[in-house]
Write a protein that binds this ligand. Sequence first.
Ligand code: UDX
Ligand code: UDX
Length: 440
Amino acid sequence: MKHIAVVGVGYVGLVSAAGFADLGNRVIALDINEERIKGLKKGIMPIYEPGLDELVERNVASERLSFTTSYPEAIKGADFVFIAVGTPSGVDGEADLKYVKSAAESVAQVMDGPLIVVNKSTVPVGTGDWIAEIIRTSQPKPIPFAVVSCPEFLREGSAILDFMNPARTVLGSQDYEAADKVAQLHLPLRAPIMITNLRTAEMVKYASNAFLATRISFINEIANICEELGADVKEVSTGMGYDARIGPYFLDAGLGYGGSCFPKDVKALAHMAHEKGRHPQLLQAVMDINDDRRRLIVEKIREGVGDFEGKVIGVLGLTFKPNTDDLRDAPALDIAERLLKDGATVRAYDPVGMPGAAKLMPAIEMAEDAYALAEGADALVICTEWNEFKQLDLQRIKGLLRNPILIDGRNIYEPLYMAELGFTYLAMGRGYNDGNPTNG
Ligand code: UDX
Ligand code: UDX
């Protein structure tokens, strides 16, 4: 049993804290946000993540997991401290490191024995060295420590599964012994562990996220071409995915990527390249294609309903993807803003994202379910592919809508079936196909 402190109880920190506790370690999770810690002590999760409440509850009950706002309490006697605070985008796209800095300073001021500082926050390449420097200069007296980079690859919505079944663990440090100790913590997860230097580990995270974002923009570009040529991008990506060299993942065309990672990580990587005098042409195209998805769907809605003035548009799904309450850089909010600006009334329904969205955009009216949303609306727009939207009673929806127009930003329905039902169905990259190969 190791003693681990985790700084930050966001998506990454809380899942890691609960996960390491579940593996049998003693974990104290710290956050400077008192509300979050107060809530956690009462069993209230600060985020929605499937399975998280049970995992936290089980480990709190067995006294392996506890919460605090006090650095001395968290760090006293710890073998490891994981830093998992947010790293939002700054003005030029560079990662803003003020939270990482403040966490490193606070740790340095209270550490009472040798400590391995493990950074999980996504930080620009070179930050590990900078963290070491901050700790060195903030310690009241010199105490040995090592910095290890351990980038996090978990996805929101399946974060616990991803924590317990990682594809790999990447560790970077100048201190091999320290990296090896962090490797031991990950051994029960039975995934390949790679130990490299600090900067390389930091780069693996950016390169991985940028590559996945590139796949998404690639398939979205193909979607645009499919639409013009009468091909169906959904089938094209299925056909491509059978090739083991390509694989089926991250080839869903639609509204592009949102969330707290891809948009800011691609921007930050491009910023790092610019700073060194390199022109990141591919990354720039990835970002441009992604931005364009949101404009494009608004044009599709206009194609369906005409001028927005006086129209009611129903938005199905607000979060940036299903199974999370996260609204950071969610395409739906961007789309809603454009619709409102052009005079539409925007009504929305989301299984978990409505309370957060109501705070961010009070102008959006909230409906109690998909059917209430459809009632009297001029069109429905699917922005998030929640499971519960996949088998709606479409006949009923059609009867409730003022016009049977459905714009599917996530390609969850079949064009021919929707046409049969009598919908005007506009999807992303699905050219007209009447099933007759000679008319393709
Ligand atoms: C994580 C990573 O850390 C980030 O670098 C990565 O790019 C995305 O995933 P996430 O877990 O999503 O971030 O962050 P968030 O949900 O914003 O949580 C961060 C937590 O850290 C918050 O609860 C915040 O209160 C806390 N925090 C922030 C501290 O405890 N101390 C600070 O100084 C700043
Ligand atoms: C991502 C990475 O997958 C994860 O490894 C990293 O640690 C954090 O960033 P996350 O942002 O939680 O995880 O979600 P992910 O499932 O990767 O989706 C990101 C965005 O891409 C979502 O907006 C999603 O809708 C979009 N997406 C994903 C597509 O548009 N098409 C796809 O084929 C896949």
